[in-house]
Design a protein around this ligand. Structure first.
Ligand code: MN
Length: 176
């Protein structure tokens, strides 16, 4: 009786493991395919930028157009401050979103756009600093005809979760 139960338990555990493995393999394949697809269309920012452009943005599903991410500091370390260098191709922008702990953008190159919900679209350029309050619904991105590079700092990391919302429509982006 005991042996039979042990055998059944073992079979269930092995089946669960193989399902988990298969799922992981599928995700990996999908991810590689996505990266390869993006690499094919990867372009180089024409500006002389300070930090490397990085890889096609792994959060690309929450953006319109092509963007690139170079993680300058990870989320999980003793400094507790995720820092990323984000490069936007012309016309590319984030979806609307919120950061529970706020965000600071340091503009390094090009011309960009920033909008907080209910306020006009701001034109931003190299040298500008944008301080985005916690939970303010907003988006940021490149101007329609310019590449754009900013550093993103996500302070208050222990509580700072990003909530991604709907895409910024062309009407909103062009403020028509
Ligand atoms: Mn943001």
């Amino acid at each position: 009786m005991f042996l039979k139960r042990l055998l059944i338990t073992t079979i269930i555990a092995m089946t669960a493991m193989s399902v988990a493995y298969a799922t992981e393999k599928t995700n990996l394949t999908t991810k590689n395919a996505t990266v390869m697809e993006d690499t094919k269309t990867m372009k180089t920012c024409p500006f002389d930028t300070i930090f490397a452009q990085g890889e096609p943005n792994p959060y690309g599903q929450f953006f319109t157009g092509q963007t690139y991410l170079n993680r300058l500091n990870p989320k999980e370390d003793i400094w507790n401050l995720p820092i990323g260098n984000v490069t936007f191709e012309p016309g590319a922008r984030t979806n609307w979103h919120k950061h529970d702990g706020g965000q600071i953008l340091l503009v390094l190159a090009g011309e960009g756009r920033y909008q907080e919900e209910g306020k006009p679209v701001q034109h931003i350029k190299k040298g500008d600093i944008v301080k985005i309050p916690p939970n303010a619904k907003h988006w940021h991105g490149a101007a329609p005809d310019s590449w754009f590079v900013h550093i993103s700092l996500e302070p208050n990391a222990e509580i700072n979760k990003t909530t991604w919302l709907e895409a910024v429509s062309d009407e909103q982006y062009l403020e028509k």
